[in-house]
Design a protein around this ligand. Structure first.
Ligand SMILES: C[S@@+](CC[C@H](N)C(=O)[O-])C[C@H]1O[C@@H](n2cnc3c(N)ncnc32)[C@H](O)[C@@H]1O
Length: 234
């Protein structure tokens, strides 16, 4: 199904970046997170608390790790998964268990779903890629039913005594892995910049509250370089 609207020029550039790295995405993710990414995706799926017979939407699903974890955890619910990269969606749809998920190409800025369509919305590493975080969270608020939950995994700029060694590690390790494994230093330099340059959990929480979400909670992972944030629509 075609995406609604056309992404902005920055969006199209990001779309091309993810189209380019699809073949290496899962392996690179495992290496960059020392194998922790899948466990965080299961945590995100668990936090969605989808009721039996309910429905959830995973946005920026990429190769579908959160959507597949949700499908396993909530076998009696409907799982929709969207991304604007066709190649990422194709990789996701080819995985075992994927036929039970409704995959669709869509831009997080303009979700092709009616108001109050879902009991939960999840996403991993979406917000650091978008131009207007508040607008993207408003879209999620719109498609959630009252009482519905949003749960997200994001990178987080490291703070405290470990800040400098961790920053140095991210600056060196990610582009180096990109060069050696994917032979694409440029794409991974973008990932390294967006990892270190993204917001703190307090800043994301502030925007969530402004959009109307309540019960905002967050926890950090992986030496403070990752965070899982959840909130509820009143
Ligand atoms: C780093 S990957 C994360 C994939 C997956 N959520 C995970 O945790 O492995 C980011 C994904 O976000 C998608 N993406 C970025 N901006 C988007 C947007 N505005 N709308 C839809 N997808 C977007 C990219 O195509 C890419 O597949």
């Amino acid at each position: 199904m075609p995406a609604q609207g056309t992404p902005s020029s920055k969006g199209q550039e990001i779309q091309r970046t993810f189209d380019r790295i699809t073949g290496y995405y899962d392996l690179m993710n495992r290496l960059m997170t020392l194998g922790r990414h899948a466990a965080w995706c299961r945590e995100v799926a668990a936090g969605a608390e989808v009721p039996p017979g309910g429905s959830m939407l995973d946005i920026a699903t990429g190769t579908g790790v959160i959507a597949l974890a949700a499908r396993e955890r909530y076998p009696n619910s409907t799982v929709h998964a969207v991304d604007f990269s066709e190649r990422m969606l194709a990789a996701a749809a080819g995985k075992p268990g994927a036929s039970a998920i409704r995959w669709q190409q869509a831009d997080a800025n303009d979700l092709p779903f009616g108001d109050e369509s879902f009991d939960a919305v999840t996403h991993g590493y979406l917000l650091r890629n978008v131009e207007n975080v508040e607008h993207v969270l408003e879209e999620q608020y719109r498609v959630l039913r009252p009482g519905g939950r949003v749960v997200m995994l994001e990178t987080c700029p490291p703070r405290g005594p470990l800040r400098h060694p961790v920053e140095l590690g991210v600056r060196v390790v990610i582009p180096l892995l990109g060069q050696v494994v994917a032979r694409d230093r440029q794409s991974y330099a973008y990932l390294q910049e967006s990892t270190l340059g993204f917001m703190t959990p307090q800043e994301v929480s502030e925007i969530l509250r402004r959009v109307g979400f309540s019960s905002v909670a967050w926890r950090k992972r992986f030496l403070g370089t990752h965070m899982i944030i959840s909130a509820e629509k009143r």
